[in-house]
Design a protein around this ligand. Structure first.
Ligand code: ZN
Length: 249
């Protein structure tokens, strides 16, 4: 089954991801109707389905307009209809696995497409993670732990281009270890230079460089402990303090 994945940019830093074959398309978190509609028309595509990661307005803003025009199937978890690890099958496309990832919002869900591409909304960003609007840090921590267990080659497609700002945060927090990030900086520099787009990012890089996933690194526990004036003795406490530092960055 052949398919391609296209990034459409919207608002300041949103991504609308479109997965498509020769005839039809699946769109993830359509911020706006117009940019999606234009892409579908240019490529002579029917909109088969909309996948929503969660209900924030910059993720669902284009839904009503697209429903009016294309009547797509809508997959979301707003009223608990999705089950963790269940599959969604869309005609003409490989299987999509549902991964429930509450934390940013209770209904947040990620979609693993063809076991290779994870549409992760506002749960994970390159070098960062989403704000914990539920205020349940344990929930978010457990959701990120789930994503860490995926195959290291899985590509992550977050809903925002936040990489540069997250890099600044990373280098400021871990300022005694800046050399460590040189390879990653080279990689995103060239991507941002060419197409203003650092995504997708591969899980192996995030495990290596993303502070929010490195909760078993005792050196980082002490960095974050100093900064937050707390004594950190476990990965969860590290994550929670780190996320709270990031809230004020
Ligand atoms: Zn959100």
């Amino acid at each position: 089954m052949n398919y391609q994945i296209k990034a459409l940019r919207a608002l300041n830093d949103n991504y609308i991801w479109v997965i498509y074959n020769q005839k039809s398309a699946i769109v993830v978190d359509p911020t706006l109707t117009e940019s999606v509609d234009e892409f579908l028309q240019q490529n002579n595509l029917h909109l088969d389905s909309i996948l929503l990661t969660h209900g924030h307005s910059d993720h669902i803003g284009g839904v009503a307009g697209l429903v009016n025009k294309y009547s797509p199937q809508i997959v979301d978890n707003f009223s608990d209809q999705l089950t963790d690890a269940s599959n969604v099958q869309i005609d003409g496309f490989p299987q999509i696995q549902v991964i429930l990832t509450p934390g940013h919002m209770y209904e947040h869900v990620c979609y693993l497409f063809d076991n290779k591409h994870l549409f992760c909304g506002d749960t994970l960003f390159s070098l960062g993670c989403g704000r914990v609007f539920t205020n349940d840090y344990q929930l978010m921590y457990d959701s990120l732990a789930k994503l860490k267990r995926l195959d290291n080659n899985v590509l992550f497609y977050p809903a925002h281009e936040y990489t540069l700002n997250n890099l600044r945060f990373t280098l400021e927090l871990d300022n005694e270890n800046q050399e460590y990030y040189a390879d990653f900086i080279n990689k995103i520099d060239s991507k941002l230079f060419e197409k203003q787009n650092s995504l997708p990012t591969v899980l192996s890089d995030e495990l290596k460089y993303n502070l929010f996933l490195r909760d078993n690194d005792a050196r980082l526990w002490s960095v974050v402990g100093k900064k937050s004036e707390s004594v950190i003795t476990n990965g969860f406490e590290y994550f929670k303090q780190l996320r709270m530092i990031r809230n004020n960055f």
